[in-house]
Design a protein around this ligand. Structure first.
Ligand code: BV8
Ligand code: ZN
Length: 278
């Protein structure tokens, strides 16, 4: 369902540059910014999908960036049941390393801007692929964590949930007191189904939303990558924010090649200037 006032056939692309050297492009970016401000003002509902990119400026390695590798392993190789069955020690060492990294960082201005953006909408849903918990730490509400949360633990066999402050020793992985199964991180591994309630909610919101932001995701991992496509097919205005183009960029009404920690605060600032919420 599209917002008023936007010509659906028109697609706009903006590249941030230093204002001095390329004022025409900067002007272009400002126009783009104002059009996105208009879209926000004319829409009552919004879904935001985030990926590792929104946490990059907090110091959390992305998956596909060069720093996404852990030792010689690709995330897709470690974040699987097969890897855990064949080598639970190395998988737990990876998750302990990531818990430590995430435990030492703070949300960045991109996370806080999304917390604030919520107030311009009657219906706002924040859907994240990230397991780092930084959206919640920034104070966002109504978050759908599609792929789980790195701090939580559960039993491999009976799915019993265990408290977050369980300290796991990869050399001596604790067993479930209920069924004896091994304790694993409560995240969704490749090849595993997502929580039906969470993914169904994400799709139903994406089917009804007027505005959809895809932020800091390479838009490759499914079913998450299908959410913006579903929204666009239902007539929503699609905005993508990513310094690099993705398979989604061709479909976006507005592709903003920018860092989320820089563009989102600018957007919220502009909204505060032009149309205070409420
Ligand atoms: C499933 C939790 C049923 C664990 C994760 C259809 C087609 C093809 C394949 C499939 C398909 N359906 C299912 C599959 C298989 C698979 C899949 O999609 N594979 C991919 C690799 C093709 N999907 C699954 O297995 C899913 N389960 O479908 O079950 C089923 C099962 C079997 C077969 C059929 C159906 C489960 C997927 C969830 C896996 N778990 N994470 C953990 O974290 O340890 S996925 C994990 O990787 C993340 O959660 C995230 O989803 C993904 C990484 O993607 P991004 O977050 O986008 O990060 P990435 O590094 O790739 O990109 C970062 C982007 O940010 C870049 O574009 C960069 O330019 C940008 N950026 C950088 N800096 C900034 C920035 N942007 C803005 N600002 C900045 N400063
Ligand atoms: Zn158990």
């Amino acid at each position: 369902m599209a917002c008023q006032e936007r010509d659906p056939t028109e697609r706009r692309i903006a590249k941030p540059v230093s204002l001095v050297a390329f004022w025409p492009v900067a002007l272009y970016l400002l126009c783009m910014l104002d059009e996105i401000v208009n879209a926000v003002r004319n829409c009552r509902s919004c879904v935001v999908l985030t990926g590792a990119g929104i946490s990059a400026e907090s110091g959390v390695p992305t998956f596909r960036g060069s720093e996404g590798l852990w030792g010689k392993f690709k995330p897709e190789e470690l974040a699987t049941m097969a890897a855990f069955i064949s080598n639970p020690k190395i998988v737990w060492e990876w998750y302990k390393w990531r818990r430590q990294v995430v435990g030492e960082v703070k949300p960045n201005p991109g996370h806080y801007a999304l917390r604030d953006l919520q107030q311009w909408f009657d219906q706002f849903t924040l859907v994240t692929q990230n397991v780092d918990g930084l959206h919640r730490a920034a104070g966002s509400e109504n978050i759908l964590e599609l792929h789980g949360n790195i701090y939580r633990n559960k039993c491999l066999d009976c799915n019993h949930q265990f408290s977050e402050d369980m300290d796991i020793d990869p050399d001596n992985i604790p067993s479930c007191p209920h069924c004896g199964g091994k304790i694993r991180p409560d995240v969704v591994w490749f090849g595993e189904m997502l929580d039906a309630q969470i993914i169904n909610k994400a799709f139903s919101e994406s089917e009804q939303t007027e505005l959809f932001f895809s932020i800091g995701t390479s838009a490759i991992v499914h079913p998450a990558a299908s959410l913006p496509i579903t929204a666009k097919r239902r007539g929503a205005t699609l905005v993508e924010i990513n310094p690099e183009m993705t398979p989604l960029s061709g479909l976006a009404d507005y592709y903003v090649s920018a860092k989320s920690g820089e563009f989102l605060p600018t957007l919220v600032e502009r909204l505060k200037q032009t149309s205070p919420p409420g």
